[in-house]
Design a binder for this molecule. Structure first.
Ligand code: SF4
Ligand code: FES
Length: 239
């Protein structure tokens, strides 16, 4: 297996050492099938144990290793070094407070998710077994369900970067997942929540979220369907 030297240029920040962040270079040898996460683990175990970053599953499931790699939000565990140039610049996700090095405070992101009530609401008495859904109805929410809440989309959105009050594409997708779920009964309330304040109609279709999603979710298409539904609902109310 071919091995190559890579320079990992990592943005460092330690609030205990001072308020300034800076870039630090690490030279490491990796095989072509290793990922950015493997490089970070190597640096942490062999060169600098103080390097801070998040990871858990290492297989693109948990979303915790999201970071900015060569100016693009990606999952470190899904990014092969052979797809990148020799110098790999790694920064924390933009638009979120940095705790240390590549670790950001995800609370502002999850607060937006919480706003859309990200759980099934059905006030009917529970059936003997599970609440059933027709396959064709499940099809409508199937893609939205694959979201791993990594934050790559919201933190790459120019509207979110301008206003941290904007709900962001990830929370809109989560709202879609329940509004279009035939078993859910709180769609109206969710629609109100996402259209009030700086919400759904502040999306300008910049499409940055589409390129950022490591799961290939077509966020703009889901957001468009939400806009259509919100407009239809508003027209019906007027009539
Ligand atoms: Fe991450 Fe994609 Fe979910 Fe956004 S939609 S949080 S980019 S998995
Ligand atoms: Fe879980 Fe990368 S470590 S998605």
């Amino acid at each position: 297996m071919e091995e190559k030297v890579y320079i990992f240029r990592i943005k460092r920040f330690n609030p205990q050492s001072g308020p300034e962040s800076y870039f630090q270079d690490f030279e490491i040898v990796l095989s072509e099938y290793e990922r950015v996460l493997d490089g970070l683990l190597k640096i942490q175990s062999e060169l600098d144990p103080s390097l801070a970053f998040r990871r858990s599953c290492a297989h693109g499931i948990c979303g915790s290793c999201a970071m900015r790699i060569n100016k693009k939000n990606r999952l470190a565990c899904q990014t092969l070094v052979k797809e990148l140039p020799k110098v790999i610049t790694i920064e924390p996700l933009p638009g979120l407070p940095v705790i240390k090095d590549l670790v950001v405070d995800m609370d502002p992101f999850f607060e937006k998710i919480a706003e859309v009530m990200p759980y099934l609401i059905n006030r009917d008495p529970p059936p003997e077994r599970e609440r059933l859904q027709r396959p064709e109805d499940q099809e409508k929410i199937l893609e939205a369900i694959t979201c791993i809440l990594c934050g790559c989309c919201t933190t790459s959105c120019p509207v979110y970067q301008q206003s941290k009050d904007y709900i962001g594409p990830s929370a809109l997708l989560r709202a879609y997942r329940f509004i279009f779920d035939t078993r859910d009964q709180a769609g109206k309330e969710r629609l109100e929540r996402i259209t009030s304040k700086i919400g759904l109609f502040h999306c300008h279709s910049a499409l940055k979220c589409l390129n950022a999603c490591p799961k290939g979710i077509d966020l703009p298409a889901h957001i468009f369907k939400l806009k259509k539904l919100a407009l239809k609902t508003a027209i019906r109310r007027k009539d």
